[in-house]
Design a protein around this ligand. Sequence first.
Ligand code: GTP
Length: 597
Amino acid sequence: TPLSRIRNFSIVAHIDHGKSTLADRLIQMTGGLDLREMKEQVLDSMDIERERGITIKAQTVRLSYKAQDGETYVLNLIDTPGHVDFAYEVSRSMAAVEGSLLVVDASQGVEAQTLANVYHALEADHEIVPVLNKVDLPAADVERVKAQIEDVIGIDASDAVEISAKTGLNIDKVLEAIVTRLPPPKGDVSAPLKALLVDSWYDTYLGVVVLIRVVDGTVRKGQKIRMMASGAVYELDRVGVFTPKLVDVGELGPGELGFFTASIKEVADTNVGDTITDDRKPTAQPLPGFRPAQPVVFCGLFPVDASDFDELRSAMGKLRLNDASFSFEMETSAALGFGFRCGFLGLLHLEIIQERLSREFDLDLIATAPSVVYEVEMTSGEVVHLHNPADLPDPVKIAEIREPWIKATILTPDDYLGAILKLCQDRRGIQRNLSYVGSRAMVEYDLPLNEVVFDFYDRLKSISKGYASFDYTLADNRPGDLVKLSILVNSEPVDALSMLVHRSAAESRGRVMCEKLKELIPPHLFVIPIQAAIGGKVIARETVRALRKDVTAKCYGGDATRKRKLLEKQKAGKKRMRQFGSVEIPQEAFIKALKMG
Ligand code: GTP
């Protein structure tokens, strides 16, 4: 296809503004699938995505559209993940196309992810076509939302396309706008191959599938290619496109999006953002902006039942096949036994993996409190990257601890602004800006990521009754007055409960943890002190009173069956206890204590 008849685009939107519904309509209108094949929301392929309504992996689809000028165009739609945790994947997907449809729900207006995603599109120099969706709703206010787009994003919205993805109204106008308002790609077919590795995933039938955007040159079946960052060389088995059905093509030229397969074993052998070139005739200059994805949030995952360890290991291996940004290594904890220290791109990523482990592999797990990656500078000058608070070196040898900070943007109805400002302030936030987007307040804060990983999302949602939207980007590492809070049960430290906290929050967090554990640890025949400590200094204490009488005493000695049942029940319960010195802590106590963060 000549470059002039190719258009590559993405759809950017806040969650629920109708991105998937519009994509389905575009596929339907251009005949990529017949009605029978048209499953709802074909682009969201994983069940779990469909249920949660979020798109995890970028996918692409090639559409064929006969425009009003009589020409037939190839339209490549790339689906981008909408969530902040996958920001790097979003930016790579954006780099693979020239334009974006900016979809805004006309009854809701601009939201935090609308902004975050449109900024990615602007950074990639996209031409942007504003699309106002859901104009069928009585609450739709087209003029107000147009004004918002102009005021807040600063792009002309006067000829925004007004559509209803649900009823199909004006979808034809969207297709025309793609052809007439978005630029064709540029590229040189005679230059050495240069292609962007946009995404990769594991497919049971095809193995590792690599999604690429060709910039210069061509890729074809049988060709030997080289991945420039990793240096790996592969011979291509298949080259093709998705319509969204898989179709093999002989080759892909400049401006085209498609996939290849080769004998690549794992997704981890491919790096999103890498440049692919011809092994025999390589390009001199790789594409700009490559960086490997780094996990930013870590937590320990342990099987509730120790005998599930091997199963957990194999399940994690399977998930990792398809998700190179998820990492894990074995960890042992005195409290929780054998498990894994896992790294994630963010909190949502953590939640998704945890949910998939329990749902798809039927595993019962205990997760330790999430932790960010701290930079610990030793007095010797050495810098240690700390993923697990339990591994904090001896404080006397530490010169400084630095923690990651984020830039957060929150949009909220005015009514909840006060409570949200207080929440950010309580989490050591530094306010950077406060402005208005229509009737909604937009606040920008610098926040320590450490304060966000605990329960920030949940608190934000609950104090705003679900109306506030939130987005962030990682900023930098800053020194912090951070201390390790240890929890001691009967004078024994419980490793799984230790955490790094800001000194100012240590006492209150320690107190809450002790109170909670007091409720959760059953009485023994002796008194059990529960303490929170920083180094050797105890900052909070509770006591579990000693058990005075045998538990069976309350059966009045009379009913033998009842007594036996009670003892059996106790025995069964014991299996799920962990021994700490002479104290037994029920598994439940860990789960509950860790839940509250
Ligand atoms: P994520 O996949 O979660 O990012 O959401 P999305 O932006 O893809 O939104 P999706 O297409 O799943 O639509 C969200 C909801 O809005 C669904 O319940 C749709 O049926 C509904 N919806 C989409 N377009 C329209 C529309 O034009 N009018 C009305 N009334 N509802 C719509």
